[in-house]
Design a binder for this molecule. Structure first.
Ligand code: SF4
Length: 416
């Protein structure tokens, strides 16, 4: 692939430089080993380097793919000083492409290759380091490493299961939503309002059966609908009073993965955890610490807190900008309506986990550190890797439940 010819689209206001003493990306997930990396490290006598390799496999094989062996959840090649042994001993070029590319992902679209950032990386979350614009050449080189692995978005975008629009019309819709999310003081109101707009756009499109009218529809909606801002304190009280059974079921289904869906948890424990989430009673374990589920619902997430919301907004808008919601998953074919609903699920998950992390700290008010932890856990467990294998109902039943839930008209009112 010709690097100079690559049209790379970098999101604005992002910085990145790998942090010393971090290694967050070297633990807690399966890191795939490509053939080149496999050849490179197989030639080397690792047992001479460190005792930890003696009698140990360096990788595991699952479904014809190789993954680095994990020791206590960390990559076997991670040294005690938190540097990668492959990098130290053999050089950057010998690493597997996943590690070379991280924290970037590349999504091919009709406009060019969009750069998606991993919000698991603390440098991205804290926005530290060199502006991405100054790293364009390096980023282009990384994008050219494995073009065949790049995920792609169709130029024709489905609005729902049976209605499609062209790329330029989709872009108008996306810009409309992103502009809406940038205005208004209450982000939740804007998120809910955007969901309503999308449904009205769909209804209008279905009536006219002519997608070229999308600008006209957006203009009409813009004039017609009033922006109703919610009083966050009134809303908080209402939400606390109305965490009803249906809402808890939603949370159990979507929050469940971290506590219920992971393959290493026994079925018996999975069912127990699911029940705890539904009846909001009992203790669960998060990052090795126990917390009381009922306290999550009593913890305050202030949607008016500018510092906290700045990160939440940046994350949600990045997902929309990089078209995460249009990427096909194992359990769903993407469309704008269900995709945007999943964005709302992500927002709800960030809120839920922020509260859970506040509980872990023994606090009843969410602070920035809780939101940072929540965004990281949600990006790692849900936005990064949502497949039917990772969800606890490993069957098409889950996709049916998801689709049914997110197609409901009042979905956003219940979930956020
Ligand atoms: S998580 Fe980010 S900052 Fe930390 S080691 Fe990985 S790339 Fe570097």
């Amino acid at each position: 692939m010709q690097i100079s010819a690559l049209n790379i689209i970098i999101p604005e206001n992002f910085r990145y430089s790998c942090l010393p003493n971090c290694a967050v990306c070297c633990a807690g997930w399966n890191i795939d080993v490509d053939e080149e990396a496999y050849k490179n490290f197989s030639k080397f006598d690792w047992e001479k380097i460190s005792k930890k390799f003696v009698g140990k496999k360096k990788f595991i094989e699952e479904n014809n793919k190789k993954y680095f062996e994990l020791v206590d959840g960390k990559c076997i090649f991670l040294d005690d000083d938190k540097y990668c042994l492959l990098h130290k001993k053999l050089g950057f070029d010998t690493k597997t492409s996943t590690c070379k590319i991280y924290p970037f992902k590349f999504i091919k679209t009709a406009d060019g290759i969009i750069v998606r950032l991993s919000f698991v990386c603390p440098s991205i979350i804290k926005n530290t380091g060199i502006p991405l614009e100054e790293q364009l050449l390096e980023i282009k080189k990384l994008a050219a490493l494995k073009p065949e692995r790049m995920r792609q978005i169709d130029e024709t975008v489905a609005v729902n299961e049976d209605f499609k629009i062209g790329w330029s019309d989709y872009k108008k819709l996306e810009n409309f939503i992103l502009n809406l999310l940038k205005t208004g003081d209450n982000y939740e109101s804007s998120l809910k309002l955007a969901a309503k707009y999308l449904r009205i756009v769909l209804e209008e499109l279905q009536k006219k059966e002519n997608a070229s009218l999308i600008s006209e529809i957006l203009e009409k909606i813009d004039k017609k609908i009033l922006f109703v801002r919610m009083d966050p304190f009134r809303e908080k009280k209402e939400k606390d009073d109305t965490f009803n059974k249906k809402q808890r079921l939603y949370y159990a289904l979507f929050v469940g993965y971290k506590f219920v869906g992971q393959s290493k948890i026994s079925s018996f424990k999975k069912i127990g955890n699911l029940v705890k989430l539904i009846i909001k009673n009992g203790t669960l374990e998060l990052n090795g610490k126990k917390f009381d589920v009922s306290r999550v619902y009593q913890t305050y997430f202030n949607v008016e807190n500018k510092e906290n919301m700045k990160l939440v907004k940046k994350y949600i808008e990045h997902l929309i900008f990089t078209k995460w919601h249009l990427l096909p998953t194992d359990f769903s074919t993407p469309n704008v309506i269900s995709g945007y609903s999943l964005i709302l699920v992500i927002y709800a998950l960030v809120k839920w986990f922020s509260r859970a992390f506040a509980v872990l700290r023994g606090n009843s008010v969410v602070e920035l550190c809780d939101v940072e932890n929540a965004v990281s856990i949600v990006d790692k467990n849900y936005a990064g890797h949502i497949t039917k294998e990772t969800l606890f109902l490993n069957s098409p039943v889950f996709s049916k439940i998801c689709n049914l839930l997110i197609s409901q008209n009042n979905f956003e009112e219940i979930i956020i």
